[in-house]
Design a protein around this ligand. Structure first.
Ligand SMILES: Nc1nc2c(ncn2[C@@H]2O[C@H](COP(=O)(O)OP(=O)(O)O)[C@@H](O)[C@H]2O)c(=O)[nH]1
Ligand SMILES: [Mg+2]
Length: 292
């Protein structure tokens, strides 16, 4: 049996571009197997949902939040409402091309995440933020996804549903979702895509989103691979605490408060690591189950 596909478009105030996005999808898939389309309107005040309904009629499923609950929340709503086996995320601002979505569909294999990798590295502060976030993900998670922040990605719905409770509500969703996939040692394929200029409205990304992403990706690592955090911290504190103690012991002055604090802290970190390691086994069996 072949898989069914859906395109999920999370939107916040995209009334000026959502109609063109839908037309692009219909043009691209005309005469072919048409994926189902879900637009999640995250409490827009510019009539995004109405435009999508008017434009799409019966062929677009429009789901609304009564107030803005965040990009990640909008995606979660879409994933829960979708009926297809495989979902592709696409921005509602017209920056993504349906032709690229189609190429992602073609690359799909069971259990994989297919990421649309943007060719432009961004400009100014965005370029720096993206590069920093990617380095951070690599340092903390030990995994490499080049365009960790890309909003175009394709994944199996059933697996994503089991990941939802662990994922953040806001813009940090993109990086966290990709990192979670990699940490679970599932395949992440990157496909080059083209990203155009925004057609209407303005970008909603902020510095705050960057900071939340740092925290959220850290949480993903603790969730799946806690040893990576607790082991080096624990061993480091033990070593420094012991080294600090040696000169005082040689002078017969006993253990100092600094040494005791570091050594105890190190032991606690190792114990926490052990507990989180056991919890991560449970989390992994919930998320991945028998899929791998
Ligand atoms: N549901 C929801 N969607 C959002 C939110 N912020 C941005 N988006 C959508 O996410 C996509 C990408 O956002 P955008 O601001 O263009 O980010 P950029 O392309 O990185 O500048 C667009 O389709 C937006 O409508 C939000 O708070 N909630
Ligand atoms: Mg955009």
């Amino acid at each position: 049996m072949s898989a069914s596909f859906a395109i999920l478009i999370p939107c916040l105030d995209e009334a000026g571009s959502i109609a063109a996005v839908l037309q692009d999808i219909w043009r691209t898939f005309a005469g072919d197997a048409m994926p189902s389309i879900i637009v999640v309107d995250d409490g827009s005040t510019d009539g995004t949902a109405e435009v999508a309904e008017r434009q799409g009629g019966m062929s677009v499923q429009v789901v609304r939040h009564d107030r803005p609950r965040g990009y990640g929340e909008a995606i979660k709503t879409g994933i829960l409402n979708a009926k297809a086996d495989v979902i592709c995320l696409m921005d509602g601002d017209g920056q993504h091309a349906a032709g690229d979505v189609r190429r992602l569909f073609e690359k799909w294999r069971p259990g994989t995440l297919v990421v649309g990798r943007r060719s432009d590295p961004g400009v100014g502060s965005r370029r720096i933020a993206r590069a920093l976030l990617r380095r951070w993900s690599r340092a903390i998670g030990g995994v490499e996804v080049h365009d960790s922040n890309s909003g175009m990605m394709l994944f199996p719905r059933a697996l994503a549903v089991r990941m939802l409770p662990f994922l953040p509500d806001g813009m940090a969703y993109s990086d966290s979702f990709k990192l979670l996939f990699s940490l679970l040692r599932m395949d992440v394929i990157e496909v080059p895509i083209h990203v155009g200029a925004r057609q209407a409205g303005r970008s909603k990304n902020s510095i705050n989103d960057g900071l939340r992403t740092v925290i959220s990706t850290f949480v993903m690592v603790v969730l799946i691979n806690p040893t990576r955090v607790f082991l080096p911290v624990g061993v480091g504190m033990l070593l420094v605490g012991t080294a600090w103690a040696i000169p005082f012991l040689l002078m017969n002055r006993g253990l100092t408060a600094v040494s005791v604090t570091l050594i105890l802290g190190g032991i606690m970190s190792l114990f926490f690591g052990l507990i989180f390691r056991i919890l991560s086994g449970i989390t992994q069996s919930i998320i991945v189950g028998m899929d791998r």
